[in-house]
Each structure stands twice: as structure tokens, then as C-alpha cells.
Design a protein around this ligand. Structure first.
Ligand SMILES: [Zn+2]
Length: 479
């Protein structure tokens, strides 16, 4: 099957997607081109020019110190040589890893890039999610602070790992908690298929996993809308992405064998994922309960000074939990047994609960304070929308069937993960979170963010967390 909307044909793509219901009226996508080609690396000088860069002006190349290979060559020297031969004078900025051995998107790294920026400079990022997000957000902050037009910015994607490359948002650690900050689009996205093929395969499998979030996140977003907490829901993302279950079952072998067309298809899906969120003006379409669970696991790892596990694979495993949670919830929830008046914990109760939950992770209280500052907005909206909740209970058969239609079963997610040889259990991640950490993340994810997901309902309904976890983990393992 072919993708209904092909980002590789930019002008037609822009025209076609602007007709999808839910496309933001009057908004033009500023990306000038997205290239998914064998040998695209050799077009870099031309693509920089297309982005508005000028060989006579400085070019900052942002990368990390990971050695990458492409068709037997070392990728980064190859790129720098190609640029020099093309008449450019690239200056490299190599981002050093922190104590965990990884480069994370935080304001220290963003600041390192930002202090190298100047008007009339162009930026090329060569890397995967974190390097891209750091470079992107440094450009964005520099432009904002100086009131400048966007600097020419080209993203050279080195792995099919996350949907960061085409997104105008940047997930960034703020006081240890991952937050999504408004940022900017690239001018040009370069996907060189040989580079993507030769990337570590666990990154490719993670790219599939990150998109499987859709199996629960569309439902989370709709639920938040139906309960009056987030009115922004549209079906734009679903239309743009197409039937991800069918697409992945069809493409699994091409992806697993690292064929160039498999790499191109996955890169396009990943590009669509970034655009689905950006053009919905929210990460909500592809970031629901499963992403918040992943954020808590990242927070736990960060506090323990451990490296973060591969984002998309962690998200995929969290998706097995959340899709099982949906099925279990829809099977057993009975609106007739809800005492509405008991579903509204007070600010004091929830603040104490958040402080108790996160004090062991961070005795300074900074993490709990950051979580509470966001959570309290959701709690206030939940209280305000009491009538909407009551109406949804009265309309439960319809609500239930809509949620069932928007979700996919955990077995289907597992089958796709299996078919692309992705991790199927948390203990297969590197490094693996402990079983206790996974359980903590499942239970406490709703407490860190303002976005409402399925995870909030058992909290508001006062369900016993131990019983609920036992049910969900049994349901997940049953697959
Ligand atoms: Zn993600």
C-alpha cells in the first residue's frame, strides 16, 4: 500500500494536506523541502541553498561525538568534506554528553548552541532526536530574543528514531521534568537512505514504536475533549497518518531488512508524525498516557544519573500497558456505580499526593513543585467541567464505542513490534527500568502533566491503584 499523503512531493503534499478537515486555516507549512532519497547526502550544498543559506556566510554544524557510518565511510567527516568542496566554510559545534554518557535536550545544551549563533548564520544539525531538538530550539530562542527572521535551518536526520525532525516543538528537561516547548520547523529535512539504513537498528525499531503511541493517544485526546478539558481535538492527525496498523504490518519486513524503500517509508511516516502534532498545535495526537509513562521513566533514570532508554521503544512498551488499560477500563467501567460528588479531590489532597509521590525521587521538592504547577491546571479544569463529566456518564454507551474505535488492542501493537524485532518487554530496554519503576510510572504518570488521559480516570474515580495495576499488567501479559 502507498501512503495517502507523501511528504516527498512537497508542493502536492502541502496542497493536499491543507484540504484535510482540521488543518489549521490560513497556516502555511514553512518547510521548503523534505528529501527522502538514496544519496541525499550529496545534495547537501544545494539543499542548504534552498533553505536560504549562503556559502559566503557562516554555517554552524551541530552534532554530537557519536561515530556514525554511512556505506563504509565515517558520516560526519564525509559531510564536512562535501561542504568544504562545495565552497562552504562549516564550523562544527560538538555537543558533549553529560555524566550519563548521553546528550539530553536541556537548557545547558541549548545555551551552548545559542551562544554560537549570530544574524546571517545558517545552522545544519546532523544527528538524531536530541541534537535536532537542541539545534532547533537554540535557533528558535535566538530568533525570539533578537526579533530576527528565522535563521536558515537544515535538519540532517541520522536515524529513523523519533518524530522530532519535522516538529515545531521541542521536548526539553525543565527542572528534571520533560516539557514540550513551542519551537520552530526546519527549512529543509534531509533523509539520506543509506545513513538511515546504517544507523543502529535499535533506533529504527524505536521509530516504529514511537508511532504506535497512536493506538492509545488518539483516544486519550478525544477523551480529554469529551470531558471538556481539551477542546482542541480534531481527526486531522488520523487522516494524515493513515491506518498505521495496516501500514506497519505491510512494511515490517522492509523495515526489518533495512531495505532502502523500508527506510524511506519509515522516514516519511516519522515526518508525518511530527507534522501531525505541529499542525494540530499540540503533541496530543501522538502523545497520550504512554508518553507520560515514558516521561516518568525518564525522570526516574535522570534522577538516578542513568542513561535514558531508547525513547520510541520505551513508548511502545508503555503503549502495551495503556492499550490494555483501555480495554480493561471499557470492559469494567460502570457509570451507574459512579458517585460523582466523590470524584473531585481537593487541591490540598492532590498537592500532598504529588509531594508524597515524588519526594523519594527528589528530596529538594523541585520535581514535585514542577509537577504540581502543571497538574493543578488539569485539576481546576476537571472541577470546572463537572457537568460535562456527568453528561459523558449519561452518554456512556456512545463514549465507550468511540473510545473502543479509536484504540487498538495490545496484541496488535505487540505483533507489529515483534515483526520489526523491537523489544517486547521493559527488561529488554537498555538500560532496563526495574519492574517497580514501571509500576511507579504507570501509577504516577497522571500526576506530572496537565493533559488528561485515561490514566487520570482511575485517580478521580478513586480506584485502588494496586488492583488496577494487577488487572492491567495481567491484561498486557495475556497478549
Ligand atoms: Zn515520542
Amino acid at each position: 500500500m502507498t501512503l495517502r499523503f507523501d511528504p516527498g512531493s512537497i508542493e502536492r503534499f502541502k496542497t493536499e494536506i491543507s484540504a484535510i478537515p482540521g488543518y489549521p486555516a490560513g497556516e502555511a507549512l514553512p518547510i521548503r523541502d523534505m528529501v527522502f532519497e538514496s544519496g541525499a547526502v550529496f545534495r547537501l550544498p544545494e539543499l542548504l541553498t534552498l533553505a536560504g543559506a549562503d556559502p559566503a556566510q557562516p554555517l554552524l554544524v551541530v552534532l554530537d561525538d557519536t561515530v556514525m557510518r554511512r556505506a563504509g565511510d565515517e558520516l560526519k567527516p564525509l559531510i564536512l568534506n562535501l561542504l568544504r568542496q562545495g565552497g562552504w566554510a562549516p564550523e562544527s559545534l560538538v555537543l558533549a554528553p553529560d555524566a550519563t554518557g548521553q546528550v539530553h535536550t536541556d537548557f545547558a545544551q541549548i545555551g551552548r548552541v545559542k551562544e554560537r549563533l549570530q544574524p546571517n548564520l545558517a545552522v545544519l544539525s546532523v544527528g538524531s532526536g536530541a541534537v535536532t531538538d537542541i539545534a532547533k530550539h537554540a535557533c528558535f530562542m535566538f530568533q525570539q530574543e533578537h526579533g530576527l527572521a528565522p535563521l536558515p535551518f537544515v535538519v540532517y536526520q541520522t536515524a529513523n528514531s523519533v518524530s522530532a525532525y519535522t516538529s515545531n516543538m521541542a521536548p526539553t528537561f525543565v527542572d528534571g521534568v520533560k516539557r514540550t516547548l513551542a519551537s520552530r520547523y526546519p527549512d529543509v529535512l534531509v533523509c539520506d537512505l543509506e545513513t538511515l539504513r546504517d544507523a543502529p537498528y535499535d533506533m529504527t525499531a524505536a521509530g516504529v514504536g514511537d508511532l504506535l503511541a497512536a493506538f492509545g493517544s488518539y483516544a486519550d485526546w478525544w477523551l480529554a475533549c469529551r470531558l471538556g478539558i481539551d477542546p482542541s481535538y480534531t481527526e486531522f492527525a488520523q487522516t494524515l497518518m493513515g491506518p498505521l496498523d495496516e501500514i506497519f504490518l505491510d512494511r515490517a519486513e522492509a523495515i526489518r531488512s533495512r531495505s532502502l524503500h523500508g527506510m524511506a517509508d519509515l522516514a516519511k511516516l516519522i515526518a508525518l508524525g511530527g507534522l501531525a502534532m505541529s499542525l494540530s498545535h499540540a503533541t496530543a495526537p501522538l502523545s497520550g498516557y504512554e508518553h507520560v509513562i515514558s516521561h516518568v521513566l525518564d525522570l526516574t533514570a535522570e534522577r538516578a544519573h542513568r542513561p535514558l532508554a531508547q525513547h520510541g521503544s520505551q513508548v511502545a512498551l508503555a503503549t502495551l500497558l495503556t492499550t490494555a488499560a483501555y480495554r480493561g477500563f471499557l470492559r469494567q467501567f460502570d457509570p451507574a456505580r459512579v458517585v460523582v460528588a466523590d470524584c473531585y479531590p481537593t487541591e490540598a489532597e492532590m498537592k500532598a499526593r504529588i509531594e508524597a509521590a515524588f519526594s523519594a525521587l527528589d528530596p529538594s521538592g523541585q520535581v514535585a513543585a514542577e509537577c504540581w504547577s502543571d497538574y493543578r491546571l488539569k485539576l481546576a479544569a476537571w472541577h470546572d467541567q463537572r457537568a460535562t463529566f456527568k453528561a459523558a456518564l449519561d452518554d456512556w454507551p456512545q463514549v465507550r464505542s468511540k473510545l473502543a474505535a479509536l484504540t487498538r488492542p495490545p496484541e496488535l501493537a505487540r505483533r507489529i513490534l515483534e515483526s520489526v524485532s523491537a523489544p517486547l518487554r521493559f527488561d529488554q530496554l537498555t538500560p532496563p527500568p526495574s519492574a517497580a519503576e514501571v509500576r511507579f510510572a504507570f501509577a504516577h504518570a497522571p500526576l506530572i502533566r496537565r493533559r488528561l488521559t485515561l490514566g487520570d480516570l482511575p485517580v478521580f474515580l478513586g480506584w485502588d491503584p494496586e488492583t488496577w495495576w494487577a488487572q492491567v499488567s495481567a491484561e498486557t501479559a495475556a497478549g
